[in-house]
Design a protein. Structure first.
Length: 275
């Protein structure tokens, strides 16, 4: 394991016990984009499954169902055609990831706002952030402290344009306070901030993550840990660290699809340290 500090979230990591069954490990939903934009949701869903969520389901527009069904195995699939149908499909879910390739549409806004009533903890990423540019309060007013926003710097600027010149740690902390949710400001040194004032800076970043789709994997990892009822701030810190560790272990040539397949060895090393 690399990194200058031993991660202090290890003691709260949701390892299964002898009596654990799949439903006890949490239910994760991932909302997909349209038929030509399903890859991001599949990456997020696979990452959520790899990091331990017991049941993972992709929720998709009806026209995307045939595309996704031929590309998944242990991951389940539910089509939906309206915000109301999405809420119904999310019944009993512990966490939901929405935003990766969701589309910059009014429907994406409506889906995020509808999900807020389900009781599931939300991970809002990518298009789910950008679609609220110019209307950030439309997002913030439906969030709670267990939800997580995962912006890169460009997305952060769209939601928090007045924090552009603020130092990253201070900016992320203020953003989390304003949003009332955990904020993961991605970058070489990713900053994780909670609305209660907790702030952490990840110390094992790697440039191999600078490739398309790695953010979708990270969103799925955070959601997978949250589905297992790990504290959202700790889930975000753990996922960011494990994500970088998986990338570091692969090295040159990494693509996003490699990351979920690297997770077992990273998790095994972490488990060996803990037990």
């Amino acid at each position: 394991m690399t990194g200058t500090l031993l991660p202090d979230w290890r003691d709260s990591f949701p390892w299964p016990g002898a009596e654990t069954h799949k439903h006890a490990r949490g239910r994760l939903g991932v909302v997909s984009g349209k038929a030509t934009q399903t890859g991001a949701a599949r990456l997020a869903a696979r990452a959520g499954l790899r990091i331990g969520a017991g049941v993972v389901r992709i929720l998709c527009p009806p026209d995307a169902a045939a595309v996704i069904a031929s590309a998944v195995e242990a991951i389940m699939l539910t089509p939906f055609g309206s915000p109301e149908a999405l809420v119904e499909a999310c019944e009993g879910m512990d966490a939901v990831v929405i935003g990766p390739a969701a589309g910059l549409t009014e429907a994406t806004r409506a889906h995020i706002r509808a999900l807020a009533v389900t009781g599931a903890a939300l991970v809002v990423d990518a298009d789910g952030l950008t679609v609220f540019e110019g209307w950030p309060e439309g997002l913030f007013e439906v969030l709670d402290r267990d939800d997580v926003l995962t912006p890169h710097e460009g997305e952060f600027k769209r939601l928090f344009p007045d924090l552009l010149e603020t130092a990253r740690e201070g900016g992320a902390a203020e953003a989390a306070r304003r949003a009332g949710a955990v904020v993961v400001l991605k970058g070489p040194a990713t900053v994780i901030a909670a609305p209660d004032g907790r702030v952490a800076v990840n110390d094992n970043g790697t440039p191999w993550l600078a490739t398309a789709g790695t953010g979708d994997v990270l969103a799925g990892m955070i959601g997978g840990l949250m589905a297992q009822r790990m504290d959202s701030f700790d889930a975000a810190r753990a996922a960011v660290w494990l994500h970088a560790e998986a990338a570091r272990g692969f090295g040159p040539g990494l693509i996003a699809e490699d990351l979920p397949e690297r997770l077992p060895s990273v998790l095994a090393a972490l488990y060996g340290e803990h037990h």
